[in-house]
Design a protein. Structure first.
Length: 420
């Protein structure tokens, strides 16, 4: 009898994962966004939408949010949820202002960073060593930070010349950079209101006009974080603590040590964001000036899918929306209705292409509603203007929630040796 060969079963085809965005696609999306903004500006007449002042203001408002988000990223990549970012920012504002008005702004920056680091270290002790619920610990730090700084203000700022129990004396300004010639040329080009060209000039002008040196430091921390966490052995060990601490420990990683380092750095970055608020943004400490930016930073981190670049985009979006409220107010936010309507039309067409007809219909319905709202009104209520940054936060998180993947062990309790 002839023997036949038995065919081996073919391997099951792997499911195609989500494709990562390559640089050409990223640049194409940025270009499309710029064209969309230029269209909205031309149609609505809200010329301040992409002005030098608007972009410069958005960058200044985005930096504290971005630093808080970067702090959250460090902590959660090591597996520790850090709801206490708001409190650590509060510590940064107070200690930054306290040292800044006495010994200069850069000393204030350093002391504010250290104040936030102390808050981060406290969070690490509570969550890592004593294994307390991360949310409970974070909320407790937020409450303690507010009470502690209010208590300190009563016998420090209240007795200082130019201060009170609710604010510090004036702090000297950190050096600002403006590139001569280029800045003026870009501002002149932006003032001509040419389609696309003036918008690009406004954006570039905002990046080279009245740029604080601390803003430059904050921007550089984003690629530095990416390099440290994704291109070094230190970063690999730290991220392994947030993905699978038991496996990391079996390979000789001191999980407790890396969690402590990550959460302390997290607090330091949030404290730096608080110092930026007090020293650069306002030049003075004021009670309650963080205004929930720690929570918005956490939202920016989630929007960015626990990645530095995505987090920076989220912080920029929230800073831009906040800047719209401050510059032009109702007119700019009214123009934002047209932008949202156009984005919803694009979303509807995309869902239609993917044959998700129900989602496409819902997006189209909302787009029609926003078009009507824009067409039938000349301005939006002042309450909506004030709420615009927070509404944007909720909408962005709701729309991006399906694509998120947090570190697998993020927020989970861990005890040394539990895998044995």
């Amino acid at each position: 009898m002839s023997t036949g060969t038995v065919a081996k079963p073919s391997a099951q085809p792997k499911k195609a994962g989500r494709r990562k965005l390559t640089w050409p696609w990223i640049l194409l999306i940025v270009a499309a966004g710029l064209v969309l903004f230029s269209m909205v500006r031309a149609i609505s007449g809200a010329n301040d939408l992409t002005s030098v002042g608007q972009v410069s203001g958005a960058l200044q408002l985005a930096v504290p949010i971005g630093l808080a988000g970067l702090g959250g990223l460090w902590s959660e990549r090591a597996g520790v949820v850090n709801i206490g970012l708001e409190g650590m920012m509060v510590l940064g504002t107070w200690f930054g202002a306290w040292a800044g008005y006495q010994w200069g702004p850069w000393t204030g920056v350093l002391v504010g960073l250290l104040g936030g680091a102390v808050g981060g270290l406290l969070h690490a002790i509570i969550t890592v060593t004593f294994n307390v619920n991360h949310i409970v610990s974070g909320v407790a730090i937020n409450i303690l930070a507010v009470g502690f700084t209010q208590y300190l203000s009563n016998f420090t700022f209240a007795e200082a010349e130019g201060g009170s129990s609710k604010q510090s004396p004036r702090i000297d300004q950190i050096t600002q950079i403006t590139i001569p010639g280029l800045s003026d040329w870009l501002q002149d080009l932006q003032a001509k209101h040419w389609f696309l060209i003036s918008d690009l000039a406004g954006i570039l002008g905002g990046l080279v006009t009245d740029l604080s040196l601390l803003t430059v430091v904050a921007i550089l921390l984003i690629p530095a974080t990416w390099w440290l966490l994704w291109r070094t052995a230190f970063g690999l060990r730290l991220r392994s603590c947030g993905e699978n601490p038991v496996a990391a420990e079996s390979l000789g990683v001191n999980v407790y040590k890396y969690k402590y380092i990550a959460v302390t750095i997290s607090g330091a970055l949030a404290g730096l964001g608080g110092a930026f608020l007090a020293i650069v943004s306002t030049g003075i400490y004021q009670e309650g000036q963080t205004g929930g930016r720690g929570y918005i930073g956490l939202a920016a981190m989630i929007f960015g899918n626990w990645m530095p670049g995505g987090m920076a985009m989220g912080a920029g979006l929230f800073g831009f929306t906040d800047s719209l409220k401050l510059r032009g107010g109702a007119e700019n936010v009214h123009a934002l209705l047209l932008l949202v309507a156009m984005l919803l039309v694009i979303a509807a067409l995309w869902q239609l292409y993917r044959k998700k007809y129900v989602v496409a219909a819902v997006s189209a319905g909302f787009a029609a509603g926003f078009f009507l709202w824009y067409g039938l009104t000349d301005e939006v209520p002042s309450q909506f203007v004030d709420a615009a940054p927070y509404v944007t936060t909720l909408l962005v998180l709701a729309l991006s929630a399906q694509r998120l993947r947090m570190p697998k062990a993020d927020g989970l309790p861990y005890r040394k040796g539990q895998g044995k």
